[in-house]
Design a protein around this ligand. Structure first.
Ligand code: THU
Length: 162
């Protein structure tokens, strides 16, 4: 069984940088934009798409899925992570989140719960690209979004999945 990952080994788990990194970011943003079109958000009217790349270089996507019983709604990131795990992935090397920005330079940011969800499978330097329909508005590391977060190591779980 694969153990949860933790405090992580950024070594050997960093996404490519330079031109390869730019290409990966573009692929993630494109995938998140595409899946966002399938969002089920009749109550908020706020569609979100997310994409994550796993340790095999595979991209997994998710969109928000709302529910008439509001608290049962799911965030886009949760769907993308569920798809990653269901495909046998155990690490998130980079992510993108796409939503309609209501301020020129203010991207839609992952909610607190989704920062924690990402934390389960990613190291502190994991890059999260933030975009709207038209523009990439920036990126953050997971550590910027969730400093000093609680993770598997706090439950005595060490090391990456095998
Ligand atoms: N939402 C996400 O899908 N991800 C986030 O990180 C922030 C919020 C969704 C949940 C809900 O369906 C809608 O956006 C409005 O909150």
């Amino acid at each position: 069984m694969n153990a949860p990952t933790d405090s992580l080994p950024d070594a050997g788990a960093t996404p490519p940088s330079g031109a390869d990194g730019d290409a990966l970011a573009s692929s993630l943003v494109l995938a998140a934009r595409r899946v966002r079109e399938r969002a089920y958000a009749p109550y908020s009217g706020f569609a979100v798409g997310a994409a994550v790349v796993d340790e095999q270089g595979r991209i997994h996507v998710g969109c928000n899925v709302e529910n008439a019983a509001y608290p049962q709604g799911l965030c886009a990131e949760a769907g993308a992570l569920a798809a990653l795990v269901a495909s046998g992935g155990r690490r998130v090397l980079a992510a993108a989140v796409v939503g309609a920005s209501h301020a020129a330079d203010r991207p839609v940011m992952p909610c607190g719960g989704c920062r924690q969800r990402l934390r389960e499978f990613a190291g502190p330097s994991m890059a999260i690209w933030l975009a709207d329909e038209h523009r990439v508005l920036g990126h953050r590391t997971l550590d910027q979004l969730l400093p000093e977060g609680f993770g598997p190591a706090d439950l005595g779980r060490a090391g990456p999945a095998t």
